[in-house]
Design a protein around this ligand. Structure first.
Ligand SMILES: Cc1cc2nc3c(=O)[nH]c(=O)nc-3n(C[C@H](O)[C@H](O)[C@H](O)COP(=O)(O)O)c2cc1C
Length: 171
C-alpha cells in the first residue's frame, strides 16, 4: 500500500448514523469480528467477547435504551463488545483497540457504523435486555448497517498536538 492508500484506508472510517435498513450479511459481520479479534491486547489476554444482534426488535430495544444511539434503530445489526474488567487494568485499552479495528474493517467493507460509549447508567439499562451477567462490562454499542449517508474522509491532523524531541517543541 502507498502512504496515500494507508491514510485513505484509515480515513474512510467516519461515524455513520443513517442507514438504509437493509440487513448486513453474516459473512460481513464475521469479517468485522475477525478484525476486532486481530487487535493487540496486554499480555495477549484478549478480554473481549461480542454480542451480535440482527433481529429488528432487539436492535430497536437496545438502541432506544441508549440516549445517544437512537439513530441505530435502522441499522442492520448491532455489535456489542463486552468482557470482564475485574483484575485487568488494561481491559478498557484492549477493548478500545478491538473496537477501532472493527470500525476500520466496517468502513472498508462499505458499511457504516458508530461507536456509542457506555457509562454506569447505560449498563444498568442494557444488561437486563440481553441477559448479560453482572460481572461483564458492556464496552460499547455499535450500530452497523448499509450507509444512507457518506461523511467525508478526513484526518484531523494538528501539528500543534505533536511534540518533537521535547515537550512544547513543534516543527
Ligand atoms: C468513546 C466514544 C464514545 C462515543 N459515543 C457516541 C455516542 O454515544 N453516540 C454517537 O452518536 N457517537 C458517539 N461517538 C462518536 C463520536 O461522536 C465521533 O467519533 C466523533 O464525533 C468524531 O467523528 P468521526 O467518528 O466521524 O471521525 C463516540 C466515540 C467514542 C470514541
Amino acid at each position: 500500500m502507498t502512504e496515500k492508500e494507508v491514510l485513505e484506508f484509515i480515513m474512510r472510517r467516519r461515524s455513520v448514523r443513517k442507514f438504509t435498513g437493509e440487513p448486513v450479511p453474516k459473512e460481513k459481520l464475521e469479517v468485522l469480528l475477525k478484525a476486532a479479534m486481530a487487535a493487540p491486547s496486554a499480555r495477549n489476554r484478549q478480554p473481549w467477547e461480542f454480542l451480535v444482534l440482527t433481529e429488528r426488535e432487539k436492535i430497536r430495544e437496545v438502541c432506544t435504551a441508549h440516549p445517544y444511539a437512537k439513530f441505530g434503530v435502522d441499522a442492520g445489526a448491532v455489535i456489542i463488545p463486552l468482557g470482564k474488567p475485574a483484575g485487568n487494568f488494561y481491559f478498557f485499552q484492549d477493548m478500545a483497540a478491538a473496537v477501532e479495528n472493527l470500525l476500520l474493517a466496517a468502513a472498508n467493507l462499505g458499511l457504516g457504523a458508530t461507536w456509542c460509549g457506555m457509562d454506569e447508567k447505560r449498563q444498568d439499562a442494557i444488561h437486563p435486555l440481553l441477559g448479560v451477567p453482572q460481572d461483564y462490562w458492556i464496552f460499547a454499542v455499535i450500530p452497523v448497517g448499509v450507509p444512507a449517508e457518506h461523511p467525508e474522509p478526513r484526518t484531523q491532523y494538528d501539528p500543534a498536538k505533536v511534540h518533537w524531541q521535547r515537550f512544547g517543541q513543534h516543527l
